[in-house]
Design a protein around this ligand. Sequence first.
Ligand code: ASP
Length: 319
Amino acid sequence: MKRLILALAASVAFAGMSVAQTYPTKPITMIVPFAAGGPTDIVARLVSENMSKTLGQQIVVENVAGAGGTTGITRASQAKPDGYTIMMGHMGTHGAAPALYANLKYDPVKDFEPVGMAAGTPILIVTKKAFPANDMKEFVAYLKANADKVNQAHAGVGAVSHMTCILLNSQIGVKPTAVPYGGTGPALNDLVSGQVDYMCDQIVNLVSQVKAGSIKALAIASAERSPALPDVPTTKEAGLPEYQVAAWNAVFAPKGTPKDVVAKLTSALNTALDDAGTRKRLEDLGGVLPTKDERGGEWLGKFVASEVARWNPVLKASK
Ligand code: ASP
């Protein structure tokens, strides 16, 4: 009997060790809770390309859009916690959602193993090219006079584009018609073709269209201008100083994913964030790379808790 117990204990220990030692032995799925082509998808594809090289296995991005990102994150949170399903969350799915969804099936703080911050993403206010306002002051005046005629695109209730424009609209005091999409990738297409009037979105989605002049960027809602779009004024410079908000994208695994597996994912993410090519591509799109102190799961876990606590009262008040 004693020998059997010893043998069992040894094989359990060996199994525990071997999972982390050999992981990953097959492709990993990264769930992106929005449509392809938008900012969360762009950040996911950029970092996962380099992580795949480090891990020696392909990370396959799967877009599962719906309900402001909560459909994909719900699915990912319920996946087998073996390291073969991970996800790219953001300030909406892991910050705003609890305030906006009474029946949310996950808790951003308790139901995940945080892997690490991928990128900070400043928020821009952008309009279609033909919008009859060329700066923030004209925009506010036009919106106040014509809110019933204006359409604002967003990526579903709780998405960053939704929550950050709730803030903007409530500061201006307007309630335009909101048009939901499965992500701000498709929303941007409709902004370029002029079918919607404006949106608030993460910079990484917008730089090339702003540079090409196919949409107008009125302001960036951060303290400093972005080196990726140096001509776009801050909201302070543009006359709306109280509108200050920035978003982020981060990698999570489902709760219960073995610690050693999470550590391998964190290390691969850090390698991606140190890779000159990956850094340049993110920075060219306006992404803000996490500092060394802002990396890893422990930091991200605390940050998510602070984001949920920060957004809850703000969003409940503005509803
Ligand atoms: N940026 C989007 C949002 O509004 C989603 C996306 O990444 O497509 O949350």
